[in-house]
Ligand binder design. Structure first.
Ligand code: NAD
Ligand code: UDP
Ligand code: UDP
Length: 327
């Protein structure tokens, strides 16, 4: 059958990043097949896209083979927050590894370009700072974060081997901490935790002394980077860092969230989780040079939009069932 539009598969499409990507792909005129097993993603994240004539939602686990005909694949399926990926660590590794094999097998069969959502976690607790793509990382292979870190590292290996061995056209992005609307409110990630706590005037849970650093990228910037990477020629395969090089301590983040929400919350210290990386900031020179990409949204601005989203969400959840039912 002849297809006028580009057909794009997004695995993990009902998750935080995936739902934004599906939206942007539809805006660009693509046909989108969103595949998700709803482990951490929800139908609600893509509710507004259901009924769109170029959008299709499929419940499927990427650990099992999938046969569809597409031109491009974005492989995002994988729980991303420590609470979620440590909930069933064996399943996390299976999703990264079996999922990569199946999606690469699919890409090979239909000759599709394939994008992998890799992560800054491949650098582990980095001994090189900031992190360039050439750095091989400092990863504990047997700790509580290993199911995610090693799963993603093995997926990268598979991508590069399918490229060398089978000439599959790959695009590997190493994503640094990203935030924005549709983050899961209970997944324990720092931005969503702090905002939800601040909006409810609860204590802000800083782990350790809050001196560890992270670099936070707003979701719209990140998704632009995904699409620019996918649009490159076959010589650009990555790995390529995508993130915002602005670096903040966790305590600074807590203070900024308190300021922007006008909250009465206090900052309270809790024990630091095992293997928690002390610092993280991307070198994005490759992305600038090869994609002409760099983030545009400042943390203050992005947090403002994210706070507005969570404020609305909490108000909806607060409504009594009687009121909600009568609407
Ligand atoms: P998310 O948990 O919101 O989304 C992941 C999606 O994958 C969910 O919808 C989930 O239901 C789905 N999924 C999980 N296992 C699956 C399976 N076996 N089969 C099909 N679907 C499955 O997380 P996110 O933040 O949107 O992350 C998306 C991708 O980006 C992940 O691969 C993650 O590792 C990567 N990433 C995210 C960040 C970040 O800061 N958000 C940073 C680095 C990498
Ligand atoms: N696969 C898939 N969809 C396809 C083609 C392949 O899910 O359209 C799966 C297939 O089931 C296999 C995996 O991808 O388990 C790897 O495929 P490949 O062709 O590389 O390996 P092989 O089938 O030879 O094991
Ligand atoms: N963190 C924190 N309080 C929280 C949640 C997280 O201080 O309520 C810290 C966490 O220890 C880590 C940083 O914030 O140093 C980022 O955590 P997140 O889970 O968001 O991402 P990752 O550790 O995967 O970068």
């Amino acid at each position: 059958m002849y297809h006028a539009n580009k057909r794009v598969l997004v695995t993990g499409g009902a998750g935080f990043l995936g739902s934004h990507l599906c939206e942007r792909l539809l805006e660009s005129g693509a046909e989108v097949i969103c595949v998700d097993n709803f482990f951490t993603g929800t139908r609600r994240n893509v509710e507004h896209l259901i009924g769109h004539k170029r959008f299709e939602l499929v419940r499927h686990d990427v650990c099992f083979p999938l046969f569809v005909e597409v031109d491009e694949i974005y492989n995002l399926a994988c729980p991303a927050s420590p609470i979620h990926y440590q909930h069933d660590p064996v399943q996390t590794t299976k999703t990264s590894v079996h999922g990569a094999i199946n999606m690469l097998g699919l890409a090979k069969r239909v000759r599709a370009k394939i994008f992998q959502a890799s992560t800054s976690e491949v650098y582990g607790d980095p001994s090189v700072h900031p992190q360039p793509e050439e750095y091989w990382g400092n990863v504990n292979p047997i700790g509580p974060r290993s199911c995610y870190d090693e799963g993603k590292r093995c997926a990268e290996t598979l991508f590069f081997d399918y490229n060398r061995q089978h000439k599959v056209r790959i695009k590997v992005a190493r994503i640094f901490n990203t935030y924005g609307p549709r983050m899961h409110p209970n997944d324990g990630r720092v931005v969503s935790n702090f905002i939800v706590q601040a909006l409810q005037n609860q204590d802000i849970s800083v782990y350790g002394a809050g001196e560890q650093t992270r670099s936070f990228c707003y979701v719209d910037d990140l998704v632009s980077g995904f699409m620019k990477l996918m649009a490159t020629g076959d010589d650009v395969i990555g790995p390529i860092n995508l993130g915002n090089p602005g670096e903040f301590t966790i305590r600074q983040l807590a203070e900024l969230v308190i300021e922007l929400t006008g909250s009465r919350s206090r900052i309270v210290e809790f024990p630091l989780p095992q293997d928690d990386p002390k610092q993280r900031r991307p070198v994005i020179e490759k992305a600038k040079a090869q994609l002409g990409w760099e983030p545009k949204v400042h943390l203050r601005e992005g947090l403002g939009k994210t706070i507005a989203y969570f404020d609305q969400l909490l108000k909806e959840n607060d409504r009594s069932p009687a009121v909600a039912a009568s609407e």
